[in-house]
Design a binder for this molecule. Structure first.
Ligand code: SF4
Length: 228
């Protein structure tokens, strides 16, 4: 299966704080210790990342009411994928990971330095998300050169595509072992700092679509200004 070339991506302090579930604006004004911890973790954590991205691009064979049939007989099912991928000529199925070294280092500091442990956890989350955004940009630019466009990225867990259904659908298409990622029966991926998603490629999609509008946490989430 194809691997993406090494993609440039960067991680900011604000992304590390978001990766810890913290509000960067609040932390910057009220919690300088957390800010220092994020800076230290980012300096240490970047060398612990082993970014890899695996994908397949499959032609869309048919779209039914709640099921999309892809080349090879693979299927994606549910209202989310059929609505968002309507009009797609092909679908990119993508799996990204930054490996498990940063998670292990976070665990290592859990008891002796919990602040550092949490900040390393945030670096891993931010890096996995940044890598997936860079990968989506790669396909978006490629589609643009061919006179096409991409949908927003759709990950299992968004409303209408539960993790228990979406993750097995992705892992039946991609062999995660090729980049060291396994899917547990709980639907969680190992390493946890991994992202799975699909992208539709075609000529016409709603340009105003936003991932936040499909997220089950949108009513309570205060971070909707980030890249989602
Ligand atoms: S509402 Fe948007 S920013 Fe908040 S968790 Fe969901 S996708 Fe992320």
């Amino acid at each position: 299966m194809p691997l993406l070339p090494a993609l440039p991506f960067s991680v900011t302090i604000d992304q590390v704080l978001l990766g810890q579930g913290a509000n960067p604006a609040v932390i910057r004004t009220r919690r300088p210790r957390l800010l220092s911890a994020a800076e230290r973790a980012l300096a240490e954590g970047l060398s612990l990342l082993t970014p890899r991205a695996l994908y397949r691009q499959l032609r869309v064979e048919a779209i039914h009411h709640e099921r999309i049939v892809l080349e090879g007989g693979y299927t994606l099912s549910g209202m989310l994928v059929t609505r968002q991928l309507a009009g797609a000529e092909s679908v990119v199925v993508l799996l990204c990971t930054v490996g498990d070294d940063i998670e292990k280092q976070s665990q290592h500091y859990l008891e002796s330095d919990p602040l550092h442990s949490l900040a390393l956890y945030g670096v891993g989350s931010a890096a996995a998300e940044a890598l997936s955004i860079a990968a989506c940009r790669y396909f978006s630019e490629q589609a643009h050169r061919e006179g096409q466009m991409t949908t927003i990225p759709l990950s299992p867990g968004l409303e209408g595509w539960p993790v228990g259904r979406g993750q097995p659908e992705i892992f039946q298409i991609l062999d995660g072992a090729e980049i060291g990622v396994e899917l547990l029966s709980s639907g969680v991926m190992r390493p946890v700092k991994s992202v799975s998603l699909v992208l539709g490629i075609g000529k016409q999609f709603d340009p105003s679509a936003r991932m936040c509008d499909l997220c089950a946490r949108r009513e309570s989430c205060t971070f909707q200004s980030h890249d989602a």
